[in-house]
Design a binder for this molecule. Structure first.
Ligand code: PEP
Ligand code: MN
Length: 333
């Protein structure tokens, strides 16, 4: 349920209303916008008398929120969320380019790529240290050492780190990471999501391989309801009957999620297509569809990459794409 307050309500009356609602056992999510204040009521609202609340002189309107997701619902939070990562802002018109290799392989590799993507305009750096791999025989990342190498690359470039956490037991190692990525395969690892509620860092939550948008939002809800509201969503392609691409990039997810939630929406055209030459057109399409940012795999030597070389752009290809992304953003402004 949401309660929209009238403009300019005295603080005291508002506090009284909130205390009364809390007394009914509800959690109150307050969204103070420029033009209106929205109180989002979380919990069992069946005992709230809508007519009574609506009759209060400070209340403009009351609506039931029928969707099962509340905290990430745009109805609770009409203004788009801006997630801040150091000086970098994501969402509400702030566009971000996240770029870097699939996996951190060596100091030279990550520093070279980080410098190149920064020069091209990326403002966050990606790189996996803990890698979910389909085969247990494949390279699974440098783990703790990979995180140390990311920190070296950050010290050299100033780019904040976005990297994947697979197991909650590794969380202490992620203390100095800037954004925690939850990969597609863990989108519904509910215990992991709950633990992220107490983490004071933004979370980049990727859509599962075969998950609906509602399921993605319910997973964001897990993190938010557990106490961390700094969640960014990522569309990274879903399983369909596509035969020539790794996945199918669901671009309609971007405007649909935009309506449903206030959270920033990032698109990953690399894992969506699996083919480097398809990454630029899909990145531009995602930008045109209104994404808040892109996460793109870039490698200095894709042929010898230990993971996902076929979908990785070379630094100069990324630079050319970044230029076009800026042109598309200008065109749709
Ligand atoms: C990744 O971004 O490194 C990754 C493994 O992606 P996904 O979880 O979307 O497959
Ligand atoms: Mn990858």
């Amino acid at each position: 349920m949401i309660v929209v307050l009238k403009h300019g309500v005295p603080e005291e009356k508002r506090a009284q209303l909130i205390a009364w609602l809390q007394g009914l056992g509800l959690r109150i999510h307050i969204s103070d916008g420029e033009f209106q204040t929205v109180l989002g009521l979380v919990g069992d609202t069946s005992r709230v008398d809508i007519d009574l609340v609506e009759s209060l002189d400070i209340v403009d309107s009351v609506k039931r929120v029928s969707e099962p997701f509340k905290m990430c619902n745009r109805k609770f939070h009409p203004e788009s969320l801006v997630v801040e990562v150091g000086d970098v802002k994501v969402g509400a018109g702030n566009f971000v380019m996240i770029a870097g290799p699939c996996s951190v392989e060596s100091e030279e590799q990550i520093v070279t790529v980080a410098k190149a993507v920064k020069a091209a305009g990326a403002t966050l750096m990606r790189g996996g240290a803990f890698k979910p791999r389909t085969s247990p025989y494949d390279f699974a990342g440098l783990k703790a050492e990979g995180l140390e190498l990311l920190k070296i690359a950050r010290a050299e470039t100033g780019l904040p780190i976005v990297t994947e956490l697979m197991n909650i037991n590794d969380l202490p190692l992620f203390e100095d990471v800037d954004v925690i990525q939850i990969g597609a395969r863990n989108m519904q690892n509910f215990d992991l999501l709950r633990e992220l509620g107490s983490v004071d860092k933004p979370i980049l939550l990727k859509r599962g391989l075969a998950n609906t948008l509602k399921e993605l939002l319910m997973s964001a809800e897990y993190i938010m309801a557990s106490g961390n509201e700094r969640v960014m969503l990522c569309e990274r392609g879903i399983r369909t009957f596509s035969d020539y691409t790794r996945n199918t990039l669901d671009l309609s997810a971007v405007p649909m999620l935009r309506e449903l939630t206030h959270l920033p929406i990032i698109v990953d055209p690399s894992h969506a297509t699996g083919i480097a030459r398809l990454v630029p057109p899909m990145a531009l399409a995602a930008t045109a569809a209104g994404a808040d940012g892109l996460i793109i795999e870039v490698h200095n030597d894709p042929i010898h990459a230990l993971c996902d070389g076929a979908q990785s752009l070379r630094p100069e290809e990324f630079a050319a794409l970044a230029e076009k992304v800026r042109a598309v953003r200008e065109a749709i402004r």
